[in-house]
Design a protein around this ligand. Structure first.
Ligand code: FES
Ligand code: FE2
Length: 347
C-alpha cells in the first residue's frame, strides 16, 4: 500500500549531482541528476526508445544521454536529439517528476503533478538551522515502510533493542504515556521521571544523578516522524516546560517506500547544545547510528516472517496506541486516494 500524493525524500542533497542516480521509489524506477546550474531533475528511469534505464547513461550539458542508442532528453523529459536523424517523433519523451531541494534532502512528488505544492513539504528545518547541530544518513531497509513507522511510534522497544545505547528498563516500566490524535497527526508523549540516564545520555549529557526524560513523537503521514527527546536533572522543572541544564535533541526520520518489502530510510540527529562543535555532532550521530542499525536488524527479521506468513494474526498491547492511531490514518488516506482515483478514471 502506497500513498502517492505526497512529497517524499528521494535522496540526500549530496547524493544528487552530475552522475545520474537510479533509485526505485514507490515501486517506480526513477533517475535523478542535477542540471549544470545545480537544479535537481527526476525522470522515470526508462528510455522512451527501448526501455534501458537512463541511469546507465550520462549527462551531456543539461541533457541525459541514453547509454544504448544515444537519445538525449532535456530536463522537461522531451527527446532533443536522435543520432543520425533530424525528425524527433512526438512520443519521444520520458515521464518527469516534480523535485525540490529542502533541508539538505531532495524531495520528490510521485502523484498527480498538478497537486504538487512545495509548501506542503513536511518541516525538517532542524537539519539546516544554525541554532542546531545536525548530521544525517541513509539506510536501506529490507522491510515494508510501515514497520519503520511502527517502530518509531512505540519507543518501549528502546528498553530491549537499544539497552546498550539510548534505552534502559525505566522506559518500558515507569513511563507516563499520552497519545494525542488529530485527523492527520499522532503525537505520543512519554515522560520518565527521576530515572537513571541511559548510556548515550550519560556520555553526551554529563549527568551526575537521575534525570527527567521526555520523548515526544510527532507523526505526519505518510511516513515522517520527528522526535523531540531529551533530559534534564530530575526535579528541575522540565515536565512543567523549564528545560535547562540538560540536553535536547531532535531525531528526524523520513521513510520512503522503495517496494512493498523494502524502504529508503533517511534520518538525522539534531542537538541544541554545543551546536558548533562537529565532534559533539559526530559523537551523537555515531551513538544513534549504532541504535538504528539495531532497528534495521529487527525490521528485516519481521519482514522475513511476513514474507512467509501472509497477513498473520497479531496481538495488540497498550503500548501500541500510537501505532494503531497512525495505521488508521494511513488506511483512511489510502481509501481516500483510491476513491479519488476511481472518480478521476470515470470522468
Ligand atoms: S534504449 Fe535508449 S536510446 Fe535506445
Ligand atoms: Fe529503535
Amino acid at each position: 500500500m502506497f500513498l502517492r500524493n505526497y512529497w517524499y525524500v528521494a535522496a540526500t542533497e549530496a547524493e544528487i549531482g552530475r552522475k545520474p542516480l537510479g533509485r526505485m521509489i514507490l515501486g517506480e524506477p526513477v533517475v535523478l541528476f542535477r542540471t549544470e546550474q545545480g537544479l535537481p531533475v527526476a525522470f522515470e528511469d526508462r528510455c522512451a526508445h527501448r526501455h534501458l534505464p537512463l541511469s546507465m547513461g550520462k549527462l551531456v550539458g543539461d541533457t541525459l544521454q541514453c547509454h544504448y542508442h544515444g537519445l538525449r532528453f532535456g530536463s522537461d523529459g522531451r527527446c532533443v536529439r536522435i543520432p543520425g536523424q533530424d525528425q524527433i517523433p512526438q512520443g519521444a519523451k520520458v515521464k518527469t517528476y516534480p523535485v525540490v531541494d529542502r533541508y539538505r534532502w531532495v524531495w520528490i512528488w510521485m502523484g498527480d503533478p498538478a497537486l504538487a505544492d512545495p509548501a506542503t513539504i513536511t518541516d525538517f528545518h532542524w537539519l539546516d538551522d544554525p541554532h542546531w547541530g545536525a548530521k544525517g544518513s541513509y539506510l536501506h531497509v529490507e522491510a515494508n515502510w510501515q514497520l519503520v513507522v511502527d517502530n518509531l511510534l512505540d519507543l518501549t522497544h528502546l528498553a530491549f533493542v537499544h539497552d546498550t545505547t539510548i534505552g534502559n528498563m525505566a522506559l518500558a516500566e515507569h513511563a507516563k504515556v499520552k497519545v494525542d490524535r488529530a485527523p492527520n497527526n499522532v503525537v505520543v508523549t512519554r515522560w520518565i521521571i527521576d530515572a537513571e540516564p541511559p548510556p548515550t545520555f550519560q556520555k553526551v549529557g554529563n549527568f551526575k544523578g537521575n534525570v527527567d526524560r521526555w520523548q515526544i513523537v510527532d507523526f505526519v503521514p505518510p511516513a515522517f516522524l520527528r522526535l523531540d527527546v531529551g533530559a534534564t536533572p530530575t526535579g528541575t522543572g522540565a515536565p512543567q516546560g523549564k528545560r535547562s541544564g540538560g540536553i535536547g535533541m531532535r531525531n528526524l526520520n523520513a521513510i520512503t517506500p522503495e517496494t512493498e518489502t523494502t524502504s529508503h530510510y533517511f534520518w538525522a540527529q539534531a542537538h541544541d547544545f554545543d551546536v558548533n562543535n562537529p565532534e559533539t555532532t559526530n559523537r551523537i550521530f555515531e551513538q544513534i547510528r549504532t541504535a538504528f542499525l539495531q532497528d534495521v536488524e529487527v525490521f528485516s527479521a519481521q519482514q522475513r516472517n511476513l514474507n512467509i506468513f501472509a497477513n498473520p494474526p497479531q496481538v495488540d498491547i497498550a503500548a501500541d496506541a500510537g501505532v494503531i492511531a497512525a495505521r488508521r490514518i494511513l488506511a483512511r488516506l489510502h481509501d481516500d486516494e483510491q476513491a479519488a482515483a476511481r472518480v478521476a478514471a470515470a470522468e
